[in-house]
Design a protein around this ligand. Structure first.
Ligand SMILES: C[S@@+](CC[C@H](N)C(=O)[O-])C[C@H]1O[C@@H](n2cnc3c(N)ncnc32)[C@H](O)[C@@H]1O
Length: 272
């Protein structure tokens, strides 16, 4: 299949996203902080991680996949939690919304972080859209629903410590553009959930319990979806039998009028 590494391009379609972000009171409040993220979604992941056991920050986490990652807010959060750092100047100037606004004027992007510090493990981020580089994150610009995409992501995860290309955590904030038809939109959400689950079931590390009851591994899946009865069936048939724990979460930082929610699935049992 065809794919290409993400190129640092700027597209006009980001203009409406930037305008919406600049009006958002939640983002405005956060923008006064020196550490700014590229997306409102970043604060959902921070909230979920903080409230649910800081699963991203555990030292055992060595490989993370971020699906539907553009513009890169979640990947920025993951990179930070895995120890990738930028100095304050890089963070505020090169990786925040302020810089995206500058890119709009400049029309292109080719800035690499100046003072990056190595973190641990591997982070692979994928989207249909380009993602501006983030230290510690390998980006892929491709359609995750296209045949062969799972293999490309698994290959990108491989390293001498991880020859099989397994993943400790799979994150999916993927969402198709709304079509205006509720039936079509929920079908798209279901298709995405199935594709992510099919990927996760092969890629996630399996939960092991030793004779003394100590638990090892057990991959985590964080999956965005949109409320629909079909998606409840998906939860019962695919998620609940295969994970130790499955929680439905509506983060406070998620817009109240949005039908989106997340399943946090912990402890991949490897049964399927
Ligand atoms: C809500 S945004 C993700 C925001 C991201 N988590 C962040 O913090 O910056 C949803 C993303 O899903 C991507 N997406 C939708 N369908 C996709 C597909 N089939 N393959 C890859 N990415 C897809 C969209 O391009 C969009 O960037």
């Amino acid at each position: 299949m065809s794919f290409r590494p993400t190129l640092p391009l700027y597209k006009k379609s980001s203009t409406s996203w930037l305008a919406r972000q600049s009006r958002d009171p939640f983002v405005k409040a956060r923008m006064s902080s020196p550490s700014s993220y590229r997306s409102r979604s970043a604060y959902k992941l921070i909230e979920l991680n903080d409230k649910w056991g800081r699963f991203l920050s555990r030292p055992s986490v060595r490989s993370v996949v971020d699906l539907g990652a553009a513009p890169g807010g979640w990947s920025q959060v993951v990179a930070e939690r895995l120890g990738w750092t930028m100095d304050a100047e890089d963070n505020a100037e090169d990786f925040g919304l302020r810089e995206e606004a500058k890119v709009q004027k400049r029309g292109s992007w080719s800035v690499e972080p100046k003072n990056k510090t190595a973190g641990r493990g591997k982070i692979v981020a994928l989207d249909l859209l380009p993602i501006i580089p983030i230290p510690g994150v390998q980006t892929l610009q491709m359609d995750f629903l296209a045949p062969g995409s799972a293999r490309v992501v698994r290959d990108a995860l491989k390293s001498s410590q991880n020859p099989e290309g397994t993943s400790d955590i799979v994150l999916s904030d993927m969402a198709a553009n709304f079509s205006g038809s509720k039936i079509r939109d929920s079908q798209m959400s279901l298709d995405i959930c199935h594709a992510v689950f099919d990927f996760a079931k092969d890629a996630l590390t399996v939960r092991q319990v030793d004779e003394r009851g100590k638990v090892y591994g057990g991959g985590i899946l964080l999956l965005k979806h949109f409320a629909h009865p079909l998606l409840q069936e998906f939860r019962k048939e695919c998620l609940e039998p295969n994970f130790h724990l499955v929680h439905y979460i509506k983060p406070e930082s998620s817009r109240a009028d949005s039908a989106e929610g997340y399943w946090l699935c912990r402890g991949w049992l490897g049964k399927t």
